[in-house]
Design a protein around this ligand. Structure first.
Ligand code: KIV
Length: 277
């Protein structure tokens, strides 16, 4: 389903109500121009903490701060009229306990205008999710591969294979019971994603999961071929913008060195003649 420019802004409740319906469409988003491009095509956009790796060149998401999330959240909000904006809670902004999580989630929502926050973790985050949702903060959960735990997971590996499947299923049940309005399933076997989708009453949003999920999310720079150094199996490249940008920049460099740019049409005359500027 594609939205129209006049569609009202979607809420977490609208996303929750789409369980089992037309698949939900989502991408990460970090800037105003990209928000404008994706607003009518996406049901929600995620200001993901992947911004640290994708736009700031950090080696992982662990160095992302509240200030970075707020700055990018504010930029994205300026480009949206339709899609719900969900902002990631960065590493170390919520894990201490429900009070710390509430303080930072409330700040993210108040300072960016986000309609919801996302946090990583299943069973062990259930109490925090219940605390936030009871106090007016819609929460999207994120289970399976949780990149903020890369150091304890031992890398960006597939989660939930074989005897780990029961733990991921328990995580999904726990976040749904705690009141999350949706759950991201990252990098888990397709059959497990299908089972979770069938069993939990909230929408499942897949990334490296299954086409059977209630929706999909991708990191926009991955699917546009802009984050060229990273090419996970679960990303479909819809464009190769890094290559196209490089070709354009090489042409510009060659024009400048040959003095063929700027041309006569790009420079200003001494006097304005016949109304031309
Ligand atoms: O930060 C992010 O981009 C994410 C997606 C991978 C779901 O959390």
């Amino acid at each position: 389903m594609s939205a129209t420019a006049s569609s009202p802004a979607l809420t977490a409740g609208d996303i929750r109500a789409r369980k089992g319906g037309t698949p939900l469409v989502s991408l990460t988003c970090y800037t105003t121009p990209m928000a404008r491009v994706m607003d009518t095509h996406c049901d929600f956009v995620l200001v993901g903490d992947s911004v640290g790796m994708v736009l700031h060149g950090l080696p992982s998401t662990l160095g992302v701060t509240m200030e970075m999330m707020i700055l990018h959240g504010q930029a994205v909000a300026r480009g949206l009229t339709h899609a719900l904006m969900v902002v990631d809670m960065p590493f170390a902004s919520y894990e201490e306990g429900p009070q710390q999580a509430f303080r930072n989630a409330a700040r993210l929502m108040a300072e960016t205008g986000a309609g919801a926050v996302k946090l990583e973790g299943g069973l062990h985050m259930a109490e925090t999710i219940a605390f936030l949702t009871a106090r007016g903060i819609p929460v999207m959960a994120h289970i399976g591969l949780t990149p903020q735990s890369v150091n304890t997971l031992g890398g960006y590996k597939v989660q939930g294979r074989d005897d780990q499947a029961a733990a991921v299923l328990a995580d999904a049940r726990a976040v749904a019971e705690a009141g999350a309005f949706a759950v991201v399933l990252e990098k888990i076997p397709a059959s497990l994603a299908d089972r979770i989708t069938a069993e939990v009453p909230i929408p499942t949003i897949g990334i490296g999961a299954s086409a059977g999920c209630d929706g999909q999310v991708l990191v926009v720079d991955d699917m546009l071929g802009l984050f060229a150094e990273f090419k996970p199996k679960f990303v479909k490249r819809y464009a190769d913008l890094a290559q196209r940008a490089e070709a354009a920049i090489a042409e510009y460099a060659s024009d400048v060195r040959a003095r063929s740019f700027p041309g006569p049409e790009h420079v200003f005359a001494d006097q304005v003649k016949g109304g031309s500027k």
